[in-house]
Design a protein around this ligand. Structure first.
Ligand code: PLP
Length: 229
């Protein structure tokens, strides 16, 4: 039954190994444990094994879980699609949001962030594979959006996030991550103080680390297969 601690160690070993293989500095790739669909008890098991940052995709589920887990030493990241009518709950309950993809949403999050809390830490989600059905800002619009979001007082813009289309092999996985990294580097050259490249999931951790991920978002490899129903 000790699967979560064992899985966590295996994921940390994958990250560490990839960091070594691809010449990354030790300790520069963080792990976000994606606990969506799993109960608070699983979060507590992972927390007992040392994990501190958790990712949620659905606003109501996330809010309920944050309340039930009731620990002040954990960091909560909202990583799912975000509608305008749900921004207040995210602004009030989460530490981070990875899925900002339009100014309207960012403005609402900024205005609704309680001033008693630090600014909401944010990444812009980029539609890096150009899929019509995927959320995310188009690569050519990232720079303009980033400059506007960076000015909002309730938000601290930290970087970029993407979920590329699935690829068959390591080279195919690395290619969209490399494009996201080049966009990230371009924004830094333009003067934005960014430090977070949120990319890589259970199936493509190594490709993401190879291309400069600073935060991988891993669910299945830690908690097991999710119930699809
Ligand atoms: C579910 C999800 C993940 C984790 O995916 P796994 O394949 O289970 O590791 C990461 N990022 C986002 C945005 C997700 O929705």
């Amino acid at each position: 039954m000790a699967t979560i601690p064992v899985n966590l160690q295996a994921v940390l070993a994958r990250i560490e190994n990839a960091a070594r293989v691809y010449g990354r500095m030790p300790g520069t790739v963080g792990l976000l444990a994606v606990s969506k669909t799993w109960p608070a008890s699983r979060v507590l098991e992972a927390a007992a094994a040392g994990q501190r940052a958790f990712g949620e995709n659905y606003v109501q589920e996330g809010i309920d879980k944050i309340r039930e887990v009731a620990r002040t030493d954990l960091e909560w990241h909202f990583i799912g699609p975000l509608q305008g009518n749900k921004t207040r709950q995210v602004a009030e309950a989460f530490d981070w949001v990875h899925s900002v993809d339009r100014l309207k949403i960012a403005e609402r999050l900024s205005a609704q962030r309680p001033r008693t809390l630090p600014p909401l830490q944010a990444c812009l989600q980029v539609n890096i594979s150009g899929e019509a059905t995927k959320s995310g800002v188009a690569p050519q619009d990232v720079s303009a959006l980033a400059r506007e979001v960076a000015r909002l007082p309730g938000i601290a813009l930290r970087g970029l996030m993407a979920i590329p289309a699935p690829a068959a092999d390591l080279a195919g996985q690395r290619e969209p991550f490399a494009r996201l990294r080049r966009l990230f580097e371009q924004l830094i050259r333009e003067g934005l103080a960014l430090d977070t490249l949120s990319m890589g999931m259970s199936g493509d951790i190594e490709a993401a680390v190879a291309e400069g991920a600073t935060l991988v978002r891993v669910g299945t490899a830690i908690f097991g297969e999710r119930d699809k129903s």
